[in-house]
Design a protein around this ligand. Sequence first.
Ligand code: ADP
Length: 688
Amino acid sequence: MSENSFIINNPHRLHALQSYQVLDTAEEKDFDDIVSLAASLCDVPVALITLVDSNRQWFKSRRGVTVTETPIEQSLCAQAIQDTDDIFIVNDTRADERICNVAIADADTPFAFYAGVPLINTEGFALGTLCVADRQPRGLTAQQQQSLKILARQVMDKLELRRKILQLQEAKLLNQRLYQSVEQNRNLALIEQAPVAMMILRGPEYRIDAVNQPMLALLGKDAGIIDQPLLQVLPELGWQQPYRQITEVYQTGKRIEGMDTPVLLVRNGREEIGYYNTTCAPLLENGNVAGVINMAADVTKLVKARIEAEAANQELLLTNQEMLQVNRQLLAARQEAARARLLLNQALASAQIGTWYMDLDTRSFIVSQRFKEIFGYQPNDELDLHTALSHVTADYRQTIANTIETALNEGKSYDLEYTMLTRNTKDLKWIRTTGRFFNGDADTKAYLSGTVLDITDRKKAEERKSDFIGIVSHELKTPLTSMGAYLQLLQMKAEKAGDSYQAGALKKANNQVAKMSRMVHSFLTVSRIKDGKIHLQREPFDLSALAADIVEESKEIYPNHHIKLYCLGAYQVYADRDKIGQVITNFISNAVKYAPESHVIDLRCFLSDGQPAVSVTDYGPGISPQHQQKVFDRYYRVEDTHSKTILGFGIGLYLCSEIIQRHEGRIWVESELGEGSVFSFSLPAETL
Ligand code: ADP
């Protein structure tokens, strides 16, 4: 038994037995078929596949026996495997000395006959037997023995196959494990070497399992973050897109990629926004999502450059649009200018106005067809400035030449009237010419240009008017003088007779005659001016005294107006006292005539630019700027709603202007519509 137990308990054998993992497994058809075959081949009621464990024998397949195992002590098989590696036959147990110490296998009915073939594995260990038994003593034919052995080999083959399968499964598992661990290690190695920032986050807390240097640099952290939960390391990530991606990947197991994702990170205590191309992939272990592999490529510079480029593009686009707009406006302006030119040309043509142009640098002189026509030239004829000036009558030629020169040199404008003789027919024509200086700009050079208008007809009409007025005035002068004398005589008589009504009426009549006389006087003066016959009788006198005298006289004539005199001292002048008085009287009579509602009229004596001056201020309707320039022209009248009902010939201010100019003085008006007008003149101070 001891020898027996030595073989049975051999740990290598037991280990070999364990390696088949067959003990205590369920019945299997393949083994059952072999057992049935053995029983029928040997013609016995009992057949078994027994496996001999250290303390029991266990039946993998059994026929004719109800128990599944028996103690080792009752095991004939244990006897069999240690006695032989061929076949162990006991024809009659009761008569066999080899089994004297072995209890009979089946507790119910002891076996009389037993034949078992050891199941010897590839390493030579006997694991158990394929055995047949009977309760009757008996034997086995050689053929039966042979069959049993073949079947035993088949059992063993099946067991070996089973072990192989097991080993294969195990190897596969091992392989898998090995592969996984290799894979994992490789992941780690890959992460280490990856050129992009990478980290592996594990578990629902996203613990940082592995992280490479680029990722540490990107996060601004060191390797101390390993094993820590992600949000503990980067709390600012909690509300941002990458974290949402990580959680989604962890939940769904699906990979997510993000382009140009903006991420705010707190690096070295400073919040910084960067742009990253991110990839979140599931970390799979045994088919389960164990974590998330997070990758990020820093594209901040690219994105910023792109944003800048886009902004620049946008700006460019806007500039383009603006330029387009400007172009359109320019085009519209050009069209407008062309239209305006057309209109101007039409207007010039219909007004029979000729135009001229002179380049400041080259002095080249270009004239329009109408200009040539006025001067008696054909459209194709040349006409330069010198030739044009030669047509101007001698009395105006120098003035015109000087004016043009001054305009060119000093950039001044002018408006002149002169006479000329046409080319062939030598007709005398009156011409009004204007000139205006234009400063050059980037596109154009400086130039002088202007117009010429044939005003001969107007001048002739004026002359006829003047002649008529001159003749009439002359004819009226004598009767008016005697009429005035008679009226004064009659007035004196009426006063003497105490007839105050007649005296008053005669006084008024006399005032009217005086008014008419002044008018006639003016007309005659105009005629004389025209004929150059106006003579100044200069004498030294005080302007303030003259002003005071006139105020006194005017009180009589304009009893409804309050004429206030403001003269602070004496202003000595050397002038024609009568004619200067005529000017002041004219200013006052105009104030009364054109500002009837202005009951106050101010008369001032003062110094203007160091020269004695007089002004008459009324608080009437005023004169608009465009008329202010012209009120001193001969026969000029303002034809507005207010003044057109007031009678006049437009010669009063013309006379004033002539008188003052002959004194080398200055005359001007300042006025504002609705506020009133101030007419002034100044004279050279007496230099005796
Ligand atoms: P007239 O002899 O027709 O009065 P003037 O030469 O004296 O002509 O004046 C020319 C024009 O100036 C007048 O038609 C008038 O419209 C305007 N004018 C002159 N004085 C005044 C004034 N004080 N207030 C408003 N308009 C005035």
